[in-house]
Write a protein that binds this ligand. Structure first.
Ligand SMILES: *Cc1c(COP(=O)(O)O)cnc(C)c1O
Length: 396
């Protein structure tokens, strides 16, 4: 792949080294026209006929099929809609019903809080005695047993970048008779995923991180073909109905993955995602992964050489991490603000983690070296130690 060519397809502001594409991907240049045309030519001219004429109604499955290629899912197994928190809830509700005699949901303490909150909320609504058990990420395998209804994990830890062994844990959970849900928020577009090969039951993920659909872009959900016509959708919205336009007062789940749709899809956001997927359609995710490992290896080496006060929080073995690198530092928030003030954008996760994402479609070695030069200077001169870098904003 020619990564200098893909870099040219993104709008990256002058003077910025963007190391936060793991949290919000940058703007694909083509999204500007695509969204604008959707507004003027489709919404503007077609009005409500756009649902048929412009094919709006089919987009959540059509576009999901293009994401499916990146996550090892067959066409027709994935659909877009809602936010990731909603998709976690849907997957878990359906998964629990597949194991009515079991009550334990196992996750890890490193999971993104919303996944755990959604599980907690669902358990309370069900009021059937389910328990959410969280253990240290390294201990998950030891807690898989025949009490387990559902193993629900995020493959790549949002804070540390640590990556679970999806194939091994899925197999262990299946051997124990449990159902498995993978959250691919930090995997889709970051590394090759093989959902079908691993025999995963459910997967969910977002499109606004590595896939670059823009703030608030829709999430996706995958259901293994063996479950797709069996599971009951907990969020039984009209667009997941077998015949939404029959306006039948009784709910009947739609065929296969269509039943995981809930309500009206966000067409303007989907237009932005289409522009992003035009780039991904021509990308080889194996080459993206190889390049990402080169970039993260270089970043770790240079930071450790030049910033002795920072402690690596990410696994050293590239095979056991995703596409981000995190460092612990007590005043990490202030350092990150000082970095941002000098054009190097990463982010901070409490209590002390500075996160840097490496996205080969638009980040190269020059960016990595440039970012480390600035970081090293900020650390050596203690430039971060100023009041204006210590006031916390709402979003960190
Ligand atoms: C980013 C992320 C989310 C975000 O959920 P939204 O509903 O899209 O805000 C959820 N789970 C994980 C694991 C994430 O990394």
């Amino acid at each position: 792949m020619d990564f200098s060519a893909t870099k040219d397809l993104f709008h990256l502001p002058d003077g910025v080294i963007y190391l936060d594409g793991n949290s919000l991907g940058p703007l694909p240049k083509a999204a500007l026209n695509r969204v604008s045309e959707t507004i003027t030519d489709e919404w503007g001219e077609m009005l409500i006929t756009g649902w048929n004429k412009a094919g709006w109604m089919a987009k959540p499955t059509k576009l999901a099929d293009r994401i499916a290629r990146l996550i090892g899912a067959a066409p027709g197994t994935t659909v877009l809609g809602d936010t990731l928190s909603i998709k976690v809830y849907q997957a878990l509700a359906s998964a629990l019903e597949l194991r009515p005699d079991r009550k334990v949901i196992l996750s890890d303490t490193g999971n993104f809080p919303t996944d755990l909150y959604m599980a907690d909320g669902l358990i309370r609504s069900l009021n059937q005695g389910h328990v959410l058990k969280t253990v240290a990420p390294a201990d998950v395998a030891d807690h898989i047993n025949t009490d387990l209804a559902v193993l629900m994990l995020t493959q790549v830890d949002y804070a540390t970048g640590r990556k679970h062994d999806m194939a091994a844990l899925t197999k262990a959970a299946h051997d124990a008779g449990a159902v498995v849900i993978w959250d691919l928020a930090h995997s889709a577009g970051a590394l090759p995923v093989d959902l079908a090969g691993c025999d995963a039951d459910f997967a969910v993920g977002c499109t606004y991180k590595y896939l670059n659909s823009g703030p608030g872009g829709p999430a996706f959900i995958y259901v293994a073909p063996r479950h797709a016509d069996v599971v009951r959708p907990a969020l039984s919205g009209w667009l997941g109905h077998e015949a939404p336009f029959a306006f039948d007062p009784d709910y009947r789940a739609g065929a296969g993955i269509e039943r995981m749709r809930v309500g009206t899809p966000p067409i303007l956001q989907i237009a932005a995602l289409e522009a992003a997927m035009d780039i991904w359609d021509n990308a080889d995710i194996h080459q993206v992964r190889a390049k990402s490992i080169e970039l993260t290896e270089l970043f770790i080496k240079l930071v450790e050489q030049s910033c002795p006060d920072l402690t690596l929080a990410t696994p050293r073995d590239p095979q056991t991490r995703g596409s981000q690198v995190s460092f612990h530092f007590a005043d990490g928030y202030a350092v990150m603000q000082a970095l941002i003030a000098r054009g190097v954008i990463g982010d901070f996760r409490a209590p002390d983690i500075m996160r840097f994402g490496f996205t080969p479609l638009y980040i190269d070695e020059t960016d990595v070296r440039g970012a480390v030069d600035i970081l090293a200077d900020i650390m050596a001169t203690r430039q971060w130690d100023q009041p204006q870098f210590k006031t916390r904003s709402r979003v960190t």
